[in-house]
Design a protein around this ligand. Structure first.
Ligand code: FBP
Length: 702
């Protein structure tokens, strides 16, 4: 560096280039804010109406009919454009309104565009309409904390990820007090409508609020949000009304982009297995989409594990005139065997590395774990109901919680009506690693959900995998296959005849492309014995250096790197698909409000098809409700949609699994989805799962 390059710190910090490159508003951000997603044609019209689509019917739960009498008979409504509205239509549609919006639950990319769509449509219909954003999620509604949204605020967040504009929270408006406070807020603010942008539980809340606020003339509209992709709605005949919640595509693409980079790194550095836990509290939709996007070597799908049936066990039990219920569903131990099998097969062709995807909710599908989760949910909920101090405050240390469980187990011995937690449960629970016991006893959220994202699911599974691999290595069954060329070259370099040593060292010397050291050679001691037995060396002679090199190369070490993909993808800027989907959801919400709907969830049909075919609709929320066990009680909720094993997307993954495992000589089959960028809505820029599922379902064999 010369004198002329020297610059004072002051001049540096004031330099316009420094200001330019460090300014938080960068060109990418400007491009995002300025991009305008396309809108469905109906929204070009000066006003819209709702047309009932009674061809879509639902099976109505009698309890839902009882609790939601004013919204249970709602029908699916399609938004239709009116080119020349009557003056009455114009004045109803364009009436001045006050609309409250709230985010509920975890962030999902695209949420800001829902608000932008509502804001644009509402202020276009009447510039005096006010859109109020409740702060910090449902707490904002309960506590009347809000911000009046302006064009400037909305413009700042267009096409951007997160829920930063008004933040979010997980409070549930479920008690009489909370409902009454929320109602008071809506009345105080003279709201015409409240829009709840949330997941299955939040849309459940929306239905109850719609019922409650109907008498006040306040409409409630839900919007299907969650990266987990588990809000999917079909009618009774299987017609798809909501194919996917928003945010799913972005999160899956964000995870896939990172995981694809790991595939590249793993196959370059060839020494690690990357274990990637991906979000999805219960359903494995995200893992499935990531598998399709990246072709990772191994992907677990929770729903498949619970469908597993061990026919050998059933037969054995049947032969003894018994029924083996443990044959249904996969056990943790069995799962670890399946994983080890993949690891060993890849190692045998020299690939002692790979990428594996684990859905965070996978344990929910393992019978033995699910039983614990359900029992503990009930125990904690019962305790909370019967005591002033909640379970987690009363018992803060693990040992205290375990002692409480032991007390319950003792009680079950004394009182046979008490069966919730028995001695066997207690014994099995004590066998689990401590970190997992702690995980299973963690505090549930306000909806009673088990906090999977905080449990080291991967550690539970990989602990068993490590143990079994160590055993297999000791048995000589886990070996790294060596390229024949490499072996021959190394031996010749060491002055040894590869053809003399080959049959002594390898089990497949005759025809193997990748040579596998014999199982009985498990240590330098057993190697020496084999060499002596094969006549390659004499008693007391040392193992030749070249043979030692070959042996060492064949010795596997299972090295892992663990990653968690969740919050990062949840906070990602949305894909163009999600930008467009959510903006149109927002426009749909306003059409529903302007036409007097309540208890409806905004949706767009035909998401898997060309944009021109997208159809904005309202789905009645009441009929989606069914009874489910929550916190130990039967509660009305919207059913979570999990991966269907007969779906085209799952079947494609299942049938390409072997190809993606790539346990053969030659290249892996990794796919590079690339990073998320703004673009046009091309067919490949939407969830692969959607495109595949639209092709139909596969009939399952009995
Ligand atoms: P939502 O259902 O509210 O959309 O949240 C889903 C999710 O992103 C899950 O994938 C994850 O398990 C959970 O949120 C994490 O919750 P938290 O933000 O409370 O840690």
């Amino acid at each position: 560096m010369t004198e002329k390059d020297l610059i004072s710190l002051e001049t540096l910090l004031e330099h316009p280039d420094v200001e330019k490159v460090t300014h938080k508003v960068n060109p990418q951000l400007i491009k995002r804010r300025e991009s305008i997603p396309p809108h469905c044609k109906v929204f070009d019209c000066p006003c819209t109406i709702l047309a009932t689509r009674d061809q879509y019917q639902f099976e109505i739960d009698s309890e839902a009919a009882r609790q939601l009498p004013d919204i249970i008979n709602n029908q699916v409504q399609a938004v239709e454009g009116v080119d020349s509205p009557s003056s009455e239509q114009k004045s109803t549609f364009g009436r001045e309104r006050a609309i409250g919006v709230v985010f509920s639950g975890g962030p999902a990319p695209g949420g800001h565009n829902v608000i932008a769509g509502i804001y644009d449509a509402a202020t276009r219909a009447n510039p005096k309409t006010r859109v109020l954003g409740f702060l910090m999620g449902p707490d904002g509604v309960i506590e009347n904390e809000y911000v009046a949204l302006t064009r400037e605020i909305v413009d700042n967040y267009r096409n951007l990820g997160g829920f930063g504009m008004i933040k979010t929270g997980r409070t549930k408006i479920d008690s009489v007090n909370k409902v009454s406070s929320a109602r008071q807020t809506c009345k105080d603010l003279r709201l015409d409508a409240l829009v709840i942008i949330g997941g299955d539980d939040s849309n459940t809340n929306a239905a109850f609020l719609a019922q409650e606020l109907k008498r006040d003339g306040i409409q409630v509209i839900g919007v299907p949000k969650t990266i987990d992709g588990d809000i999917q709605v079909r009618d009774v005949e299987g017609n798809v009304l909501c194919a996917m919640s928003f945010g799913f595509h972005t999160a899956a693409r964000a995870f896939a982009s990172e995981i694809s980079n790991l595939c590249t790194d793993a196959s370059s550095d060839v020494k690690y297995w990357h274990i990637c836990k991906v979000m999805g509290r219960v359903a494995s939709h995200l893992a499935l989409e990531v598998a399709l996007q990246t072709h990772a070597n191994l992907t677990l799908i929770g729903e498949e594990l619970s469908e597993y049936v061990d026919y050998d066990r059933i037969k054995k039990a049947e032969a003894q005139g018994a029924t083996d219920y443990t044959a249904y569903g996969m056990t943790l131990r069995h799962l670890s065997r399946v994983i080890c099998n993949g690891v060993i097969r890849r190692a045998a062709v020299g690939k002692n590395y790979g990428v594996m995807v684990i859905p965070e909710g996978v344990l929910e599908f393992i019978n033995e774990i699910q039983t614990f989760i359900i029992k503990l949910n009930t125990i904690i909920a019962d305790f909370n109901e019967m005591h002033d101090r909640p379970f987690h405050l009363e018992f803060q240390r693990l040992e205290e919680k375990l002692e409480y469980l032991r007390r319950l187990a003792r009680r079950s011995r004394e009182d046979d009506r008490f069966t919730l937690w028995n001695t066997r449960d207690d014994d099995l629970f004590s066998d689990l690693p401590i970190f997992f016991q702690e995980g299973l006893l963690m505090e549930r959220d306000s909806h009673g959900n088990f906090p999977f994202s905080q449990v080291e699911t991967d550690k539970v599974i990989m602990g068993l995998v490590q143990d079994y691999l160590a055993w297999l290595r000791d048995q000589g069954k886990y070996k790294v296959g060596l390229k024949r060329d490499y072996y021959e070259k190394t031996m010749k370099k060491g002055g040894l005849d590869p053809f003399l040593f080959g049959p002594i060292l390898f089990r497949n010397f005759q025809d193997g492309q990748f040579l596998l050291v014999k199982e009985e050679i498990m240590s330098l001691k057993t190697l020496t014995q084999e060499l002596i037995r094969g006549g390659a060396i004499k008693e007391g002679e040392a193992i030749p250096a070249a043979v030692q090199t070959i042996y060492k190369k064949s010795e596997p070490s299972f090295k892992t790197q663990v990653h968690f993909y969740g919050y990062d993808g949840r906070g990602s800027d949305p894909t163009w698909f999600d930008c467009t989907y959510t903006y149109n959801l927002g426009l749909t919400v306003f059409s529903l409000i302007a036409n007097g709907a309540t208890g409806q969830m905004a949706s767009i049909r035909n998401l898997e098809r060309d944009f021109e075919t997208w159809e904005p609709i309202g789905i009645p929320i009441g009929p989606l409700m069914h009874l489910e066990e929550r916190m130990g009680k039967l509660t009305l909720v919207i059913e979570k949609s999990t991966v269907q094993v007969n779906s085209a997307s799952f079947q494609v993954v299942k049938n390409l699994r072997e190809k993606w495992l790539a346990a053969h000589p030659g290249e892996d089959d990794f796919r590079r989805p690339g990073p998320i960028c703004l673009g046009d809505l091309r067919s490949e820029d939407r969830p692969i799962t959607l495109a595949l599922n639209a092709l139909g379902s596969i009939p399952l064999e009995e």
